[in-house]
Design a binder for this molecule. Structure first.
Ligand SMILES: CC(C)=CCC/C(C)=C/CC/C(C)=C/CC/C(C)=C/CC/C(C)=C/CC/C(C)=C/CC/C(C)=C/COP(=O)(O)OP(=O)(O)O
Ligand SMILES: O=P(O)(O)OC[C@@H](O)CO
Ligand SMILES: [Mg+2]
Length: 222
C-alpha cells in the first residue's frame, strides 16, 4: 500500500503511475500539515482510478467523507492519552451520527523511530526492547482485539527479526509494517515478515524505486 501525504506535492504523472502500479490500495495521511482542503484534493485525484482509497485519520479538521475506509490510529506506546483515546472521543462527540462505523477500522500503532515526526508529535516512548514491542503487540491483539497492529518505523528500516517475532505472537490482528522501504529488496524482506507493507517517503524521493516495490512484493518482478 502506498501512503500519500496530502502536504506534499505529487505530479499527475506520478499519481497515475502509483495508482496503476498494481498496489492494493492508496492510504492518504500524514502526521503534520494535514488539512481538509489538501485531503479533499488528494482524495478526488485518487478517485479517478479504481483502486481502494483509505484515509488514515490524524487530524479532526481533516476528516473527509467519501473514502472507502477510515483507519484510525491509537498510539500504544505513549503516556499521552490524547493519542490513545482523547482525540477519538472528541471525534465521536463532533461527528456523532455521521460516522460510518462500518468503515472505521482502528490501528494499534507502535511508534519505533524516536526521530520521526509522529514520535515527537505523540510523545511516543519509541526506544523499546524487543520484549516491550512484542508485549504492546499482544495488548493490541489479545486485550484490545484491534484488527491491525502497525509497526511504525517511519523514516528508518526496522528490525525484521522483531517484526517476525511480533507477527508470530498475533492471533487475530493483521500486521502492518511501515518505515524506510526504499526499494524492492527491503520491500520483499518486510513483506515476508509482515502481512501488509506501507511505502511512504520514497514516493517523493525516488518514484521509480517506490513503484518497483509493488512487483517485488507481489512476486511479479522480472
Ligand atoms: C464523518 C466521517 C467520515 C468520519 C470518519 C472518521 C472517524 C474515524 C471518526 C470516528 C471518530 C474517531 C475515532 C476519530 C479519531 C480522530 C483522530 C484525529 C485520532 C488521532 C489519531 C492519531 C493518534 C494521530 C497521531 C499521528 C499519527 C499516528 C498519524 C498517522 C500517520 C503517520 C504516522 C504518518 C507518518 O507521518 P509523516 O507525516 O509521513 O511523517 P514523517 O515526517 O516521519 O515522514
Ligand atoms: O515513509 P516511510 O518511511 O516509508 O514509512 C511509511 C509509513 O509507515 C509512514 O507512516
Ligand atoms: Mg512521511
Amino acid at each position: 500500500m502506498f501512503k500519500l501525504d496530502p502536504e506534499k506535492e505529487l505530479s499527475e504523472e506520478a499519481l497515475e503511475a502509483l495508482c496503476m502500479s498494481g498496489s492494493d490500495a492508496i492510504m492518504v495521511g500524514g502526521s503534520t500539515g494535514i488539512t481538509y482542503e489538501n485531503t479533499v484534493d488528494l482524495m478526488s485525484r485518487v478517485r479517478r482510478f479504481e483502486l481502494p482509497c483509505v484515509q488514515e485519520v490524524s487530524d479532526l479538521e481533516a476528516v473527509v467523507p467519501g473514502f472507502d475506509l477510515y483507519l484510525t490510529p491509537m498510539v500504544l506506546n505513549t503516556e499521552d492519552v490524547t493519542w490513545i483515546l482523547e482525540r477519538h472521543r472528541q471525534g465521536i462527540e463532533r461527528y456523532g451520527y455521521m460516522i460510518p462505523w462500518e468503515l472505521v477500522v482502528p490501528e494499534g500503532y507502535i511508534v519505533l523511530n524516536p526521530e520521526a515526526a509522529v514520535a515527537k508529535l505523540t510523545g511516543a516512548k519509541a526506544s523499546l526492547t524487543e520484549d516491550a514491542i512484542a508485549a504492546y503487540a499482544q495488548i493490541a491483539d489479545k486485550l484490545m482485539s484491534l484488527p491491525i497492529v502497525y509497526l511504525e518505523y517511519s523514516g528508518i528500516f526496522g528490525e525484521m527479526d522483531t517484526v517476525r517475532r511480533v507477527r508470530r505472537g498475533l492471533e487475530q490482528a493483521r500486521l502492518f509494517y511501515g518505515g524506510g522501504i526504499t526499494g524492492p529488496s527491503q520491500a520483499i524482506e518486510a513483506a515476508s515478515a509482515a502481512d501488509t507493507v506501507i511505502v511512504g517517503n520514497i514516493i517523493y524521493d525516488d518514484l521509480e524505486q517506490a513503484l518497483s516495490t509493488v512487483a517485488a512484493v507481489k512476486g511479479t518482478a522480472e
